[in-house]
Design a protein. Structure first.
Length: 292
């Protein structure tokens, strides 16, 4: 076992888990924050790509480039929707719903890719569905307006886009991870630029800017470097286990620093959701890890 690679992967996942905390401290809306994140990732990872010399040996394929770009659209939407969810609900609830993505992969795979749906898969879907109902506290909503304003829809859309990123990422084998991310974040810049309200950057405090740059340079640039550097040196089983560091850190920060206290039903819902997705993360030879 590669100890250095395990340490890098663990560190990258732990930092990923703090992104919800950072997001709440930036003082800017979700779309503008993702725009900054895309710029930082493009510059940082583009530099790593060139310094490593990987750009000289890329195996460019038109099909893979187009597939990567479409994948990038869903990746960026995934970020925007997740950050929107953080604005409306607790990090714990948003992250729990967001991590339903592997369940959506099962559902979409069976519907569109004709992949076999086993009884175990069906059970995992039912368990996660019940967990979702408990964690959002449906009983607390008196109207559809309250429900849709809770952030649940944003979190669910982020999970769906996350799943689409996973599915579209299948079969991209020729491009390096650096090339894929460079293309995807460049697409993000082009997608979001027409919708940017640059006035939101006026009047921000030094603290706000530190969190904004931290989200871009640390959570996107530095962490993706650690992630890519360790990904291909670890087994699928180890990666599957370390993926859980991300939500664990997010929930700990939310409960310890931000004082979120889940109800008994929400706690049961969290356990049901993460219990349900364990199956999808440990399936041999079918694991696909996509990062936040």
């Amino acid at each position: 076992m590669n100890g250095a690679a395990m340490l890098k992967m663990t560190l990258s996942m732990a930092i990923f888990g703090s992104i919800g905390f950072f997001t709440g401290k930036t003082g800017i809306p979700a779309a503008e924050l993702v725009f900054v994140r895309c710029i930082c990732a493009t510059l940082f990872l583009g530099l790593c790509w060139f310094i490593s010399g990987q750009h000289k040996v890329e195996a460019w394929c038109k099909r893979e480039v187009i597939q990567t770009m479409i994948c990038g659209i869903f990746l960026v939407l995934n970020w925007v929707f997740l950050f929107k969810a953080f604005e409306e609900m607790s990090i714990t609830v948003a992250i729990s719903i967001y991590n339903l993505a592997p369940i959506f992969v099962l559902i979409l795979g069976s519907l569109f890719l004709k992949e076999k749906m086993t009884m175990t898969s069906l059970l995992a879907i039912v368990v996660c569905f019940l967990g979702s109902i408990l964690i959002i506290g449906v009983q607390n909503f008196t109207s559809l307006t309250d429900f849709f304003g809770s952030g649940f829809v944003w979190a669910l859309l982020s999970a769906l886009c996350y799943a689409m990123t996973m599915l579209l990422g299948k079969g991209i084998n020729g491009l390096s991870a650096y090339a894929m991310t460079f293309l995807q974040t460049t697409i993000g810049i082009l997608m979001l630029f027409p919708f940017m309200n640059f006035n939101v950057f006026h009047g921000l405090s030094i603290s706000n800017w530190l969190y904004i740059l931290g989200t871009g340079l640390i959570h996107t640039g530095f962490v993706y470097y650690l992630f890519f550097d360790s990904l291909r040196k670890l087994s699928t089983l180890v990666i599957s286990a370390l993926v859980f560091v991300d939500p664990v850190v997010a929930i700990l920060l939310d409960t310890i620093i931000l004082d979120f206290r889940p109800s008994i039903l929400q706690s049961i819902g969290i356990l049901l959701i993460f219990g349900g997705i364990i199956y999808t993360l440990v399936k041999p030879n079918k694991q696909l890890v996509v990062f936040e």
